[in-house]
Write a protein that binds this ligand. Structure first.
Ligand code: KIV
Length: 305
């Protein structure tokens, strides 16, 4: 197709429109997220761990990209998030921030990188911000880390809180269980949310919190809540990239995840077909090869000098 023809085609116009909309999208700031809560506009957040996944997330219109330490499970092959290091998070954050323009990029502080002295914590946060170029950090925990959260916020770095099921404490919690089922647990989660709000967080992730409690927390804090497995009463939702797209192998289905695409199966099918065609000498075809000048080709085939 001629270039003129290409630009006249409907699919090309759709692509161009989409690109313009990405270029024109305003940067998402923490104040914009707070305004979205006030105006009742839902916040869409997804995890991404590399350049292509972040590019696609931005094209799809997400407000916030989380470079989650779930990358330990999804891309590094660990059973939990505990082995993920600060270097891992810096490395993956760099790839994500190279890709995006509009979404706010939040990076998880990995296990035990914010439980030492405040100075050491700030040093670790500085690496995520200075080297990774993240816009904000996320910390797991409630009132017990409020002082640390306050110190990070005072240093000028926006902090997202994360309460409910906190995967870095999985061994203490005793598994990936729904939180807030008892009166005591519910009281503690409400207090934690308040303590984080007072410490200055700009948003709070509520993971695997009972639906009614998550809605109650959402009503009682001024900052947006972002739910995962916590029902529809939160100000926004987050899902793990590999969960919503089924980009994994043999993972058990999670009740709170909706499958929007099954790219794992597509990738498997594509690679299997490639292997088959290589074995059957069907790939590469004529159209995938490059020709030399006619005389030289004759030399290779033994018919020239
Ligand atoms: O690491 C992560 O992906 C997260 C989400 C589950 C919120 O913390």
């Amino acid at each position: 197709m001629e270039l003129k023809g290409f630009f006249a085609s409907r699919s090309a116009r759709a692509i161009m429109r989409k690109r313009v909309s990405v270029v024109e999208r305003k940067k998402v700031s923490t104040t914009r997220l707070k305004r979205m809560k006030a105006e009742g506009v839902p916040i869409a957040m997804v995890t991404a761990y590399d350049y292509p996944s972040a590019k696609l997330a931005e094209e799809a219109g997400v407000d916030v990209i989380l470079v989650g330490d779930s990358l330990g499970n999804t891309v590094l092959g660990y059973d939990t998030t505990l082995p993920v290091t600060l270097d891992d998070m810096v490395y993956h954050t760099k790839a994500v921030t190279r890709a995006v323009t509009a979404p706010l990029v939040v990076t998880d502080m990995p296990f035990m990188t914010y439980h030492g002295t405040i100075d050491k914590t700030l040093e670790n946060v500085a690496r995520i911000m200075r080297e990774g170029l993240a816009h904000a950090v996320k910390l797991e925990g409630g009132s017990e880390i409020a002082e640390t959260v306050g110190a990070i916020v005072k240093s000028g770095v926006p902090v997202m809180g994360h309460i409910g099921l906190t995967p870095q404490s999985v061994h203490q919690i005793g598994g990936y269980k729904v939180q807030g089922k008892t009166r005591d647990q519910a009281r503690k989660l409400l207090d934690d949310a308040k303590a984080l709000e007072e410490a200055g967080v700009f948003a709070i992730v509520l993971e695997l919190v009972t639906e009614d409690l998550a809605a109650q927390i959402t009503r009682s804090v001024s900052v947006p809540t972002i739910g995962i497995g916590s029902g529809g009463g939160c100000d926004g939702q987050v899902l793990v990239f590999h969960d919503l797209l089924q980009y994994s192998f043999g993972q058990p289905a999670k009740k709170f995840v909706k499958t929007y695409a099954n790219i794992g199966e597509q990738i498997l099918g594509g690679i299997a077909q490639y292997v088959k065609e290589v074995k059957e000498r069907k790939f590469p075809g004529e159209q995938h090869a490059f020709k030399s000048e006619r005389e030289l080709a004759a030399v290779w085939s033994g018919q020239g000098e």
